[in-house]
Design a binder for this molecule. Structure first.
Ligand code: PLP
Length: 384
């Protein structure tokens, strides 16, 4: 099988699996227990916290709170900020956020909040002047992702943080789920207050995430119960998964394999764009402004679901836009916001390369894909 869907989820790395093993067998205590077994678990959690903090450049490991996933981190960040600022009813976000942010903001609108939805241009980039103009005295929160899950386009987090700080008293939340482990991040030198990440996007298991909460930022607990995580998030900690996240962060930090991933992505992207005449890149062509592993490509007049099915038949896993859209046939909101015409948006495929892909796999894909596309173009009623 050729797995080119690493933005949907990633394989657990052998190093991560190995680190987790003892915590699924030998060590099983509750990290809140004061006895030896509990203390051992607590120690493992604190080691993982240091690894996460280190990967994202937090000033203090205490700024990391473990959660169950990226969606929980995003939901908690948004809801938590608004709960502390009942007098401020304005939120700024973008049209291209992941559902974990977008759907919360839609819900907020139903609850009476005023949400400003920043658009993007044809390259998937934000207009920072639009952001400047959107900030108001009653803006409680600005929630803008670091990297788009579908196109891989990076937003200038440092610059955005600067504008938010300079122009408003709003809290700045960043959905960093797709960026962590793929690009360098140094939160202590950015004006970011809250930053969400998810383990399964960087070779940790599914079911663990974290929220960075800058020291001094008030954020009430989302889940009420015990006093875990210093009263910030109730619930017995998922120690094996947390250990896995720590190991994955350590792996991402010490491993300089991004150049390889990037060269494989470039080989794939160039091969498709040069070899298939109805293929068009979604997102800015300048690769320094995109994640090193992602290519979103539209095949005009062809249905993305059919491409996916044909590739699947050949053992190649990709995604049509974000995985969450795979069961719906509407064009993805990200491509819609970029004004990608329907005839192209409908045929969009997200290729996301990972650390276990090889040059040979990319060559196989480049051999198989053109044949699939030309067959589908022949069958297409609109491709005339
Ligand atoms: N934010 C972004 C940008 C994502 O890509 C995803 C998952 O695809 C999420 C949030 C949600 O993360 P999780 O699957 O861990 O809930």
């Amino acid at each position: 099988m050729i797995y080119l869907d690493n933005n949907a989820t990633t394989a657990v790395a052998p190093e991560v699996y190995e680190a987790m093993q003892p915590y699924l067998s030998k060590y099983f205590g509750n990290p809140s227990s004061p006895h030896a077994l509990g203390r051992h678990m607590k120690h493992a959690v604190e080691d993982a916290r240091i690894e996460v903090a280190s990967l994202i450049g937090a000033a203090d490991p205490k700024e990391i709170v473990f959660t169950s996933c990226g969606s929980e981190s995003d939901n908690w960040a948004i809801r938590g900020v608004l709960a502390t600022r009942p007098d401020k009813k304005h939120v700024v976000t973008t049209l291209v956020e992941h559902e974990a942010v977008r759907n919360v903001c839609h819900q907020l609108e139903k609850e009476g909040y005023d949400v400003t939805w920043l658009g993007v241009d044809g390259n998937g980039e934000l207009d920072l002047e639009e952001l400047r103009n959107a900030l108001r005295a009653d803006t409680a929160l600005v929630s803008i992702m670091l990297a788009n899950n579908e196109t891989g386009v990076l937003f200038p987090m440092r610059e955005i943080g600067h504008i938010v700080r300079e122009r408003s008293g709003a809290v700045f939340h960043v959905d960093g789920v797709q960026a962590v482990g793929k690009v360098p991040i140094e939160l202590k030198s950015c004006n970011v207050d809250l930053f969400a990440l998810s383990g399964h996007k960087l070779h940790a298991p599914q079911g663990v995430g974290a929220l960075y909460v800058r020291s001094g930022v008030e954020l009430p607990s989302f889940i009420l119960g015990g006093k875990q995580e210093e009263g910030r998030r109730a619930g017995t900690l998922a120690v094996p998964n947390i250990v896995g996240l720590g190991a994955a962060c350590s792996l991402a930090r010490i491993d300089g394999d991004h150049t390889l991933i990037e060269s494989l992505r470039n080989q794939l992207e160039d091969g498709i764009l040069e070899g298939i005449s109805n293929a068009h890149l979604n997102g800015i062509a300048d690769r320094t402004k995109r994640l090193p592993n992602t290519s979103s490509i539209s095949f005009e007049h062809v249905d993305g679901q059919s491409i996916l099915a044909h590739l699947d038949d050949k053992g190649i896993c990709v995604s049509t836009g974000s995985a969450c859209h795979s069961s719906s046939h509407t064009a993805s909101p990200t491509l819609k916001a970029m004004n990608v015409p329907y005839s192209m948006a409908q045929g969009s495929i997200r290729f996301s390369v990972g650390r276990y892909n090889t040059e040979e796999e990319i060559e196989t894909t480049l051999d198989v894909l053109p044949k699939i596309i030309s067959k589908l173009v022949e069958m297409s009623p609109t491709a005339k």
